[in-house]
Design a protein around this ligand. Structure first.
Ligand code: SF4
Ligand code: SF4
Length: 128
């Protein structure tokens, strides 16, 4: 089992997840990041810090992004071990490369997004 990065990361790439990963299994393409399913230890550390909710446990992927399980795996399977640790030099999986530019406002949204765990804490203190 693994976690998967889906389409909301495309053209965001703020790399908040990278610093959380204890096993360095999140790798960078040109327009998005990818999780290596062979290296991921299912620790969940990356998922709550993503400002655009791009990271999913593979069984929880929304159906319209289910193909991102293969996108992550295929992109990293195609890279050599050395390439996996080179930043910004690998291009992207063909499905990601073919996407039109994602909404430029997404970057602004990511700056102001509240982390999911912080929102849950706020609910405890300020129940509606
Ligand atoms: S679940 Fe843990 S090991 Fe897997 S990508 Fe996220 S931080 Fe890394
Ligand atoms: S935290 Fe989310 S948006 Fe940022 S790089 Fe990771 S997957 Fe992409």
């Amino acid at each position: 089992m693994t976690y998967v990065i889906a389409q909301p990361c495309v053209d965001i790439k703020d790399r908040a997840c990278v610093t959380e990963c204890p096993v360095d299994c999140i790798h960078e393409g040109s327009r998005t990041l990818y999780i290596n399913p062979v290296e991921c230890v299912d620790c969940h550390a990356c998922e709550p810090v993503c400002p655009v909710e791009a990271i999913f446990y593979e069984d929880d992927l929304p159906q319209h992004w289910a193909h991102y399980r293969s996108v992550n795996a295929e992109f990293l399977a195609a890279a050599t071990p050395g390439q996996r640790h080179q930043r910004d030099t690998l291009g992207d999986h063909p499905l990601v490369a073919a996407l039109p530019p994602q909404n430029p406002h997404k970057k602004e949204i990511s700056v102001f997004a509240v982390r999911k765990e912080e929102a849950a804490d706020a609910d405890l203190w300020f129940p509606s």
